[in-house]
Design a protein around this ligand. Structure first.
Ligand SMILES: [Zn+2]
Length: 114
């Protein structure tokens, strides 16, 4: 498979993922609005907290996806932002918006810093 074709595949995958996230976020936002309108508050407030947390996580991932799409346009996709090594296809298939190669990612996770 040519590199261009692979980039197109990743681009399609990132766009599909982003569309999925957008649908999820609007669903969560609707739930939050429903709770705000309803009378029974106790559990629903807890549920709102969970939904806001999920929506926040979605927003973070969405930003990562946008950045990854920009990297495709800039021609730097699949290059580790830390060591510039090529990020492995298996890793990109699992996390299409991965910023770092697996080695740098592990180091970041262990040390908590870049
Ligand atoms: Zn790296």
């Amino acid at each position: 498979m040519s590199p261009v074709l692979k980039l197109n595949l990743h681009r399609d995958k990132l766009r599909a993922l982003r569309a999925h996230l957008d649908a999820h976020v609007s669903q969560l936002t609707e739930d939050i609005t429903d709770v705000a309108d309803s009378g029974d508050r106790a559990n629903q407030q807890a549920e709102t907290v969970v939904n806001v947390g999920l929506a926040t996580h979605d927003a973070v991932v969405r930003r990562e996806i946008d950045d990854a799409l920009e990297r495709i346009n800039a021609g730097t996709f699949a290059a580790c932002e830390k060591c510039q090594a090529v990020i492995g296809m298996r890793r990109l298939n699992a996390i299409p918006y991965a910023r770092y190669c697996i080695r740098c990612e592990r180091r970041i996770e262990q040390e908590g810093t870049l």
